[in-house]
Design a protein around this ligand. Structure first.
Ligand SMILES: NC(=O)c1ccc[n+]([C@@H]2O[C@H](COP(=O)([O-])OP(=O)(O)OC[C@H]3O[C@@H](n4cnc5c(N)ncnc54)[C@H](OP(=O)(O)O)[C@@H]3O)[C@@H](O)[C@H]2O)c1
Length: 311
């Protein structure tokens, strides 16, 4: 096959370690498919991996192609991959060993779903990792139900903007913290109470919560324990929560890592098709400008998602 461009790192470090390499594409194993990537999203995990501080990716994985999710077109199916056919438009999560920032990527067929026809590849690429993180936090780990109240910290970011919409679609009441300039955005997503964390103390607006969905950690998490009702739950994507703190407050607490799940992504796709949930893409960059795209996300104030346009 002709060489393809991949954005890779050969060592860990800052933005200077990203390189556009022209290399042979990998071929799919039995249960995998080779996808021509049209767009790939940028996630905070990408700069965490690039820095060398992400535990699951160490020296033995170098050179490493960045990128954990994509939207594209199936180009080749492995011998036992039967769910999709060449030419199908699909989107999904790439495993932790990376590969989204590339013209072609090899993915497990169980990790992907049909791309909703209503979304172009840029919008579809925004969904898999951030969307499934939001879904799994709220429903798989938090078991959020209609009528319950959730406080989402970081509601304007990639995960948070999906979490607000999913929780509302479920019939929950949503409070969220965002910076002043994103208050209107969070309201438009459907949040019932939007708290400008720079000007207001969220403790003054929230109490008796069924769930805190913590996408921020640190002081924000510490100030949140007492807002949960007895038996409530704190769910986080970040550091392990203190179980002593949880029992002190009579609540539960869980940290989780998102898992690729094509069936669950298909469920999310139906919400996207119905228009009940809309990805928001703040910026797009060409693949070769991945440094700038990653820099934008690393600043920590993304409004929705940043996406690389690949082909
Ligand atoms: N465990 C996992 O599997 C998993 C999966 C996905 C993500 N994550 C982690 O979860 C975190 C969120 O991911 P993401 O993709 O949503 O990141 P993101 O797109 O970069 O969004 C982060 C958001 O945090 C907001 N923010 C910053 N300081 C805040 C504060 N003090 N209070 C409230 N909001 C604040 C920013 O909004 P403003 O501009 O409004 O401040 C920004 O939009 C990241 O650390 C990521 O690595 C973990």
């Amino acid at each position: 096959m002709a060489p393809i461009t991949k954005i890779r790192i050969h060592r860990f470090g800052g933005q200077e370690v990203l390189r556009a390499d022209d290399v042979e594409p990998s071929l799919p194993d039995a249960g995998q498919v080779l996808v021509a990537v049209r767009a790939a999203s940028v996630n905070p995990v990408d700069f965490k991996i690039r820095s060398g501080k992400y535990p699951a990716v160490k020296d033995d994985r170098l050179p490493y192609t960045l990128g954990r999710d994509f939207s594209g077109v199936v180009e080749k199916c492995g011998a036992q991959a039967t769910r999709f056919q060449v030419g199908d438009e699909v989107f999904g999560i790439v495993n932790i060993y990376g590969g989204g920032y590339a013209e072609k990527a090899v993915v497990d067929e169980r990790a992907i779903a049909s791309k909703p026809a209503a979304l172009d590849h840029v919008l579809a690429a925004a969904v898999p990792l951030a969307g499934q993180t939001a879904w799994q936090g709220l429903f798989r780990h938090g078991q959020l139900k209609a009528g319950q109240t959730v406080l989402i910290h970081g509601g304007s970011g990639g995960v948070g903007h999906f979490a607000i919409q999913f929780a509302k679609a479920k019939g929950a009441r949503v409070l969220t913290t965002v910076s002043a300039e994103n208050v209107e955005f969070a309201r438009e997503l459907g949040a019932d109470i939007v708290i400008d964390y720079e000007k207001q103390r969220f403790e003054d607006k929230a109490s008796d919560l069924d769930m805190v969905f913590d996408l921020i950690d640190g002081e924000t998490r510490e100030r949140s324990w007492k807002l949960l009702k007895k038996g409530g739950i704190l769910i986080t994507t970040l550091t392990d929560p203190s179980h002593d703190k949880a029992s002190e407050h009579g609540v539960r607490a869980t940290r989780y890592t998102v898992e690729a799940d094509g069936s669950e992504l298909a469920e999310i796709a139906s919400l996207l098709t119905s228009g009940k949930v809309k990805p928001h893409v703040q910026e797009t960059y060409p693949l070769r400008s991945a440094v700038d795209a990653l820099d934008s996300v690393e600043k920590g104030h993304s409004l929705g998602k940043v996406v690389l346009m690949v082909s």
